[in-house]
Design a protein around this ligand. Structure first.
Ligand code: BGC
Length: 765
């Protein structure tokens, strides 16, 4: 990487660059077209002046040459120097770069584009801003546990403010892939297994990133990824084959994309995987038929990192040239990293193998996005060193990081009300590889956050108790290996303490891209530590760090209290302490089911019934279950306890029949019989009892966060209409069928809660 300093000439130029740009003929041309209110002529005018090479350049995105850290998040490429990249920019060979930020570098690159290239087309700066920028928020899976889309919108807004202040125009987020196989490492980047929650989180994040107008200096373009069904990889193995029915695509995997586009996302990323034999990157049915013709998507499609080149390894393209041809003809507009569009499109067009009109269409889309981002009005709109400083890691941003982290925590168990812990009078042994230290705090895909800025658990806990000396810290073991003498030290610390807090789980590198696991358990070294420490017999709270659903066993599962704390970002330590000591009660809910064993994967609550359901809690002969366990979750989707004692009662339906064009009101009472306040997430599930296509055993249709004071009862009210009962029918279109439905208002997908039934009337009058 060339980290050479920005030249004096460039800095001088930067001052004059905006003025020069403002006077440039290209801008005048575009502005006059804009005044006329029509975007295409403005874009077309510029198009007419471009050579095929320059057009191919507008469709070529490359990793930024100046950020060495960012480069570690992807397979390495032949190194490019910053100077060489500037030369490419001046030659009109790049539409933009990604994963390089910082106003100084970005400014110099933008100057090369607008001042020193023939047409002066501004660059677009992209980045993986997945869960925060310098202020790091909980990983998206954790945040989904809040069941609070508004929270996700607020954190995405702040991520956009910080990223845009550092020169970023476009984020490769949100990831909206439904993930039902806990082995798949990338579940950590999305909203989990449920379609409704996925839809809500996708829309919220898009709104947050894009703000009120894409042209604002604090807005970034959202990119819904990975289109499509990347999460359905066979065996949970990253990049692996996907073969799902069109019905499943339309019912499970597509809806969060549709929601992201409806919320305004103007870009999407083609997935790495094949889809029933045709890689997504070269799949005309997906990228043209569904996306453009059916959904009328007007934004741009970018490949994933070298996705076009990978068509060769898929056994779908003969060579690089063929790969470029197949991708652009299928509907890809921009190539990321491989450089194949730049290398081959001009010749493919000259030889008539790709119509110029297709190239123009793609270029038009890219330019239209740049117009929308305000880059043609002011290419330096998001490049301002002072703003970068002022808008980064502010107190408000950090406070939001702590709030989001607290609300992402899920309490799985709390026997004997062990939690919350007292702040004084007790000696606490904080044990485990995640007790202390700056590693593994931020979580996967945090390119711009700095580990040193994050606050760890030990610091958070010491600040929360009356005397910092109450907390003794022992590592016990490494993440995946024993530590010489570690267990002995940990056991001694446990003996000397009143309470043990055991911080175990997955390291940051155990989930994320290309980090699929065959076993979704805790590493052996940590299980051995847990057994030894539990043996001491002190009350033990387990804090799990994880980027996926886990299957728990032994001493960890048997511990009286378990909190799922994921990767919570910059303020994780203080946020966990807030919940441990009861400053705020836990209110998160599992966005993914935790199965009993790895062998159950993919396990998700919304599975179909079979012809031989095992209905009782015992294993029955010749029923759908394993030899050794039931086909149920250990901790179901939606599960999460509070410091209150919550009871559900009095399900009331305003009628046992829903008119075809009417609505049904569902009410239930949520009571807190405990002595501490609670925020309960009441969940409404339905089951369509009989249909022309089999329906899942339960489907989430609505949820509500409700605060219930000790001794208080509150009524929650949901309204269902025919729309909520819709499914994808045999004709592959949304369908509703009259008939009987079960309804539950419950604290999780596998809890009884309160239930009833109603009929959707067939009378359409
Ligand atoms: C990932 C994308 C990411 C891209 C750029 C790829 O490996 O699949 O999600 O946006 O790299 O960093």
């Amino acid at each position: 990487m060339d980290r050479s300093r920005i030249s004096r000439r460039a800095l001088l130029l930067s001052a004059g660059a905006l003025a020069a740009w403002q006077a440039s003929p290209v801008r005048a041309l575009m502005q006059s077209a804009e005044r006329e209110g029509a975007l295409p002529p403005r874009v077309d005018a510029l198009l007419g002046r471009m050579t095929p090479e320059e057009k191919a350049g507008q469709l070529t995105l490359m990793p930024a040459a100046w950020d060495a850290n960012a480069a570690t998040f992807n397979p390495s490429q032949p190194p490019t120097s910053f100077r060489a990249q500037l030369a490419q920019i001046r030659a009109g060979q790049l539409t933009g770069v990604f994963n390089g930020s910082g106003s100084t570098w970005v400014r110099e690159a933008q100057i090369a584009a607008v001042k020193e290239s023939r047409l002066g087309i501004p660059l677009i700066f992209a980045a993986d801003v997945i869960h925060g920028f310098r202020t790091v928020f909980p990983v998206p899976l954790a945040e989904a546990a809040s069941f609070d889309p508004l929270l996700a919108e607020r954190t995405a807004r702040v991520a956009a403010i910080e990223a845009a202040a550092a020169g970023i125009d476009w984020t490769f987020a949100p990831m909206v892939d439904i993930a039902r196989d806990a082995r798949w490492g990338r579940a950590v980047e999305g909203a989990g297994e449920d379609v409704l929650l996925g839809i809500h989180m996708a829309a919220a994040r898009v709104k947050g990133f894009q703000g009120t107008s894409l042209s604002n200096d604090d807005a970034v373009l959202a990119c819904a990824k990975h289109f499509a069904a990347y999460g359905a990889a066979e065996a949970g193995l990253d990049y692996n084959t996907v073969d799902v029915s069109e019905h499943t695509l339309r019912e499970i995997y597509f809806p969060p994309f549709e929601a992201a586009f409806a919320a305004g996302a103007l870009s999407t990323m083609a997935a790495f995987n094949e889809l029933s034999g045709i890689p997504a990157t070269a799949n005309p049915w997906l990228l043209d038929q569904v996306l453009r013709r059916e959904w009328r998507f007007g934004g741009l499609v970018v490949t994933d990192y070298t996705g076009d080149e990978e068509l060769i390894a898929h056994g779908f393209a003969a060579d690089e040239r063929d790969a470029a041809r197949l991708a652009i003809l299928a509907g890809v507009d921009m190539s990321m990293t491989s450089g194949l569009f730049l290398k081959h499109l001009p010749d493919l067009v000259t030889k008539g193998e790709v119509p110029m009109a297709r190239l123009d269409e793609a270029v038009r889309r890219v330019l239209a996005i740049k117009v929308k981002l305000g880059l043609f009005d002011d290419p330096f709109r998001r490049i301002d060193a002072r703003r970068e400083k002022a808008r980064t890691r502010t107190q408000t941003h950090l406070a939001l990081a702590r709030e989001a982290a607290r609300r992402s925590i899920v309490m799985l168990k709390n026997e004997g009300n062990l939690l919350p812990l007292p702040r004084s009078g007790k000696r606490i042994a904080l044990i485990g590889p995640f007790a202390e230290g700056k590693l593994d705090l931020l979580g996967p895909w945090s390119i711009f956050g700095r580990a040193v800025d994050a606050v760890d658990l030990a610091t958070g806990m010491r600040a929360a108790v009356e005397e910092a000396s109450q907390v003794t810290v022992k590592q016990g073991c490494l993440i995946e290996k024993p530590l010489a003498g570690g267990i002995e030290e940990a056991v001694a610390a446990a003996r000397a303490a009143d309470i043990v807090v055991l911080a175990v789980g997955e390291g940051q590198k155990m989930s994320g891209e290309a980090e699929s696991r065959t076993e979704i358990t805790l590493p052996d070294a940590q299980r051995a530590l847990a057994e030894a420490v539990a043996e001491v017999g002190k009350p033990m709270v387990v804090l799990l760090k994880n980027g996926r659903a886990l299957s728990l066993d032994g001493a960890v599962l048997a511990a009286p209290a378990i909190l799922v704390t994921w990767f919570l970002g910059s303020e994780g330590g203080p946020a966990i302490a807030d919940v441990l000591f009861g400053v705020e009660g836990p209110s998160g809910r599992l966005p993914v089911s935790f199965p009993h064993a790895s062998g159950q994967t993919p396990y998700y609550y919304s599975h179909k019934p079979t012809g031989r359901p095992n209905r009782s809690a015992e294993i029955e002969a010749y029923k759908t279950r394993y030899r050794d366990m039931l086909h149920t979750a250990q901790f179901a989707f939606g599960h999460g306890l509070t410091y209150g004692e919550i009871e559900y009662s009095n399900l009331e339906l305003n009628s046992t029949a829903m008119d075809w064009n009417g609505a049904l009101t569902v009410r239930a009472t949520v009571s807190n019989r405990g002595s501490l306040a609670a925020v309960e997430v009441a969940q409404l599930y339905i089951r369509d009892v009989t249909a022309s296509i089999t329906r899942p055993v339960r489907e989430l249709k609505a949820y509500q966060r409700v605060s219930v004071a000790p001794g208080e009862s509150k009524q929650v009210t949901f309204t269902l209409t025919r729309r909520d009962l819709m499914f994808i029918g045999r004709n592959l279109r949304p369908t509703v069928e009259a008939g009987e439905f079960y309804v539950w208002v419950a604290p999780s997908a596998e809890a009884d809660g309160v239930s009833g039934r109603f009929v959707l009337s067939a009378d359409r009058t």
